[in-house]
Design a protein around this ligand. Structure first.
Ligand SMILES: C[S@@+](CC[C@H](N)C(=O)[O-])C[C@H]1O[C@@H](n2cnc3c(N)ncnc32)[C@H](O)[C@@H]1O
Length: 299
């Protein structure tokens, strides 16, 4: 744990992740979102066997340097966990969704409206298209819909029109200026382009599609007693996790005349309520909007 903190950023909900995932020494734990490897390092300190993934090649290089050559790491999206695990069954799978601080802070990755860089935002820059290219062929209805749905941006139509009129857009600075000029500075609490950047990042990385694939496949990969732990930062993601976990735990399914479920569920919720970052980890600014939920496979 000392090593994890020494790296400057305390991983979000670290104690909760260790408590829920490192249940026994030698447990097989999959970290599907390594980032800079903070959770992974703490889990390894507890003696688990780790399989780590990140779709970002820079994350894999940094974690390889940090954790050494012995640990099993894959540069891959977490939708590929089933194929990478093969016949193995996991005692825990962790997904800490979204982007990492190094991704945001590195201007050349194009995630930041504060540091000017190429308008890219791909977590894996070796596949798919950057935001700048996507904006060249999207139409204004689709763009407005993405900004509204994924960014919860109320001025989505105005922003979409302004973006399309200003194309081509090559840099994060250009995009941030277009949004700020279109909707003004707001109340100054957050940068006016925050919601637009979030929405574009989510669409370009198909983040909801990735989560949906994981929610379908991962519960089946758990060993008896194994846990699936997800930390979400976006209300749409947290809602998807909550609904999927409740359904798997047998809630909302058919019941008999006494109200008992007709089929016995194979999973249970570790807790009904999400663990909230701002309550569990009040000193960590990155944890503010975090929601952790955990599902357990019954023995
Ligand atoms: C919030 S950070 C994780 C931080 C990490 N838990 C730590 O302790 O440093 C999210 C990471 O997940 C990765 N990521 C996001 N979506 C992914 C996906 N679908 N497949 C694989 N990696 C993903 C990002 O590239 C990023 O490095």
């Amino acid at each position: 744990m000392h090593e994890t903190v020494a790296h400057g950023h305390r991983p979000v909900l670290l104690d909760d992740v260790v408590e829920l995932c490192a249940t026994l020494p030698g447990a097989l734990v999959v970290d599907g979102t390594l980032g800079r490897g903070g959770h992974a390092a703490a889990l390894l300190e507890r003696g688990v066997r780790l399989v780590g993934l990140d779709r970002d090649p820079d994350a894999i290089a940094a974690v390889r340097a940090r954790l050494g050559p012995e640990v099993e790491l894959h540069q891959a999206p977490f939708s590929r966990i089933p194929e990478l695990l093969g016949e193995r069954r996991a005692d825990a799978v962790l997904l800490d969704l979204g982007v990492s601080s190094p991704q945001i802070d590195t201007a050349s990755r194009g995630f930041s409206f504060r540091n000017d860089g190429p308008l890219d935002m791909r977590m894996d820059p070796t596949s798919g298209e950057p935001v700048s290219a996507w904006l060249e062929h999207v139409d204004d209805t689709e763009l407005a819909d993405v900004l509204f749905r994924l960014g919860e941006e109320r001025q989505s139509r105005r922003i979409a029109r302004a973006i399309l009129a200003a194309r081509p857009i090559h840099t994060t600075g250009q995009l941030a200026d277009i949004v700020a000029k279109t909707i003004g500075r707001g109340d100054g609490r957050i940068h006016p382009a925050t919601r637009t950047f979030q929405a574009l990042r989510m669409v370009i990385n198909d983040e909801l599609g990735q989560l949906d694939a994981a929610l379908r496949a991962i519960p089946e990969l758990l060993a008896p007693g194994g846990r699936f732990v997800v930390i979400a930062f976006h209300s749409l993601e947290d809602r998807a996790v909550k609904q999927a976990f409740r359904t798997l735990a047998g809630e909302g399914g058919p019941v008999d005349f006494k109200g008992q479920p007709l089929t016995s569920p194979r999973f249970r919720l570790v807790e009904r309520r999400a663990r909230k970052g701002e309550e569990r980890d009040p000193t960590n600014p990155r944890a503010r909007s975090a929601r952790l939920r955990a599902l357990e496979r019954l023995p």
